[in-house]
Design a protein. Sequence first.
Length: 318
Amino acid sequence: MKKQILYNTVGCEPVAGFKDNTFFPAEIYEKYEFVKSNNPDFVFYSAFISWPKDIPLYNNAVKIFFSGENINPDFIFFDYWVGFDFLTYGDRYFRYPLCFWEGEYRDFVFEQCDKKEHFCDFIYNHIDTKKIRKSFYEELSKYKEVSSFGKLFNNTGIYVDMKHKNDVQKKSKFSIVIESCDNDGFITEKIIHALKSGSIPIYFGTSKVTEYFNSKRFIDANQYNNDFNQIINRIKEIDNDEELYKSIMSEPIYANGFSPEKAREQYIKFLENIFDRGCSIRRDRHYRNGSYFKNFRKYKKFTLFVRASNFLDRVFRR
């Protein structure tokens, strides 16, 4: 008989359906029965929360934050955290980058296609923090047309969402994979989508990526010091040498010594420890409603005021 987990979610609204969300491996659903409740024992938070008004919700529940975005852990408001950071915090933190959250592509049927219709795909809706997406897209387009299927620089007339990326990437020789920021260890689903679809990712992001993915199977901008000319010369070399292209495509996806299965097993144990322990929390809940939260709320208001003041200052100086 499955153990019943009374839960609710905060900031997970863009995820379509709890059963199909990105949080848990399939084995977790085999062991536990999740029942949504207004009086939950567990609350699952994610990146779409509204700070700070969502923090004090469900104060008697165990709060678990699943960070699909580049958000640093906060162990005062949350009991457990799953994220990108390289840190150790007892049994309250587990590093599990978004590229391994199988719910991101649980319903995907990854197919590969020998006949490539697109030289390179570009699937983005917004600019990254350093605007590399814009500048690299423009530079690579000087060599050959880069097919954009997102809202950003769309030149195909076709918009592709997350669940239909494979339809495009399996027909692409290359895929531009640029993280929204290059913080240490921040690796999202973008590279694994391209690799499993059968294209060659052109990766801009953390240098830690080669600890998990085989550097011979993709183009790592870090190996070229993010120099566009060197990267594009490498792309041209692969594009014009069929044997070199085939040798890259024949390489395994994951780095030697890294086991996604082992990482998955450790993640399952981390989650089981939380659910099997139940609602026993070992820290002072005073902070959730006490002076810390009040001061935090004042701080957030102050930072909003500073940002607004800086914006108005720039406007009137023009």
